[in-house]
Design a protein around this ligand. Structure first.
Ligand SMILES: Cc1cc2nc3c(=O)[nH]c(=O)nc-3n(C[C@H](O)[C@H](O)[C@H](O)COP(=O)(O)O)c2cc1C
Ligand SMILES: Nc1ccn([C@@H]2O[C@H](COP(=O)(O)OP(=O)(O)O)[C@@H](O)[C@H]2O)c(=O)n1
Length: 235
């Protein structure tokens, strides 16, 4: 029996979409090849392989040949579909980070207290954040790479603004939880302007994370970002 490859599966899917579950449908290998992105010869070979494996059957229809997907071929595709669906649906839309809590220069509290940010945080996150940012120094390259990618995901978007004297940058918020749910109402910030690089995670929450968890500077912390929960998202 020939080894079944992705191309065979695509061929079966193409045949099913042409109605070949219950009917013998005429297919030309030229058209089939085109639809699955392979040559006519390759498509011809796929049909032969599928027939040899018992996934399709061929019949003469007038002068031409027509094919139908067998019960075996259909249930093969069906079970593949079910396991793919389960796999995709159970993929948790979370990104996990770990690092050490470190102190900064106290700027977080200043920015978090600005009315232009406070108002938007309350409206878009649904709570007024504790004035400050908890700084987490990421300890692993994999976390830094994930941190770099984070800003690409849809976010809860806080607009930048001007107070007449100076302008303030936008902020992307990603809902997060701390240490397996010890703090639920948290968010990781991706800032338009910051003096930190990808090795730092800035976290806000409805409460003081240090007070709620007893964590101190230097302690290890786990931050789980939950994707897909954003309203007010970027286009
Ligand atoms: C909500 C928020 C908005 C910020 N906006 C700006 C900004 O407009 N310009 C800027 O230079 N830094 C901005 N920052 C970043 C801070 O300068 C800094 O990178 C970071 O918050 C460090 O805080 P820390 O000193 O408390 O560790 C912002 C920070 C926060 C939390
Ligand atoms: N949700 C938060 C935000 C800040 N913090 C802490 O609150 C203090 C004030 O925040 P900050 O951003 O002004 O301070 P630094 O991060 O600059 O040290 C720091 O010790 C933070 O680690 C917290 O425990 N929970």
């Amino acid at each position: 029996m020939p080894e079944i490859k992705l191309q065979h599966i695509l061929t079966l899917v193409e045949l099913l979409s042409k109605g070949a579950r219950h009917n013998f449908v005429e297919v030309t290998t030229t058209e089939l090849g085109k639809n699955i992105g392979r040559s006519q010869q390759a498509a011809s070979k796929h049909l032969l392989d599928l027939e040899n494996s018992g996934y399709i059957e061929r019949a003469k229809k007038g002068q031409k040949f027509a094919v139908r997907v067998t019960d075996k071929g259909y249930s093969e595709i069906q079970s593949l579909f079910f396991s793919m669906r389960t796999a995709l649906e159970s993929t948790p839309a979370v990104i996990d980070f770990e690092g050490n809590v470190v102190s900064g220069m106290g700027e977080g509290a200043y920015y978090m207290s600005l009315e232009g940010y406070k108002r938007q945080f309350k409206e878009k996150l649904g709570y007024e954040p504790y004035p400050g940012t908890l700084n987490v120094r990421l300890t692993d390259q994999i976390f830094m790479n994930a941190r770099r990618e984070l800003g690409k995901h849809p976010s809860i978007f806080i607009d930048g603004f001007s107070d007449g004297t100076r302008t303030y940058g936008w902020v992307k918020c990603y809902r997060a939880s701390i240490n397996d749910g010890a703090v639920e109402n948290a968010a990781v910030l991706v800032l338009e302007r910051t003096h930190y690089d990808d090795s730092m995670l800035e976290v806000i929450a409805s409460e003081s994370i240090k007070q709620a968890t007893g964590i101190k500077n230097g302690d290890r912390i786990k931050v789980r970002v939950m994707l897909g929960g954003g309203h007010h998202q970027m286009p």
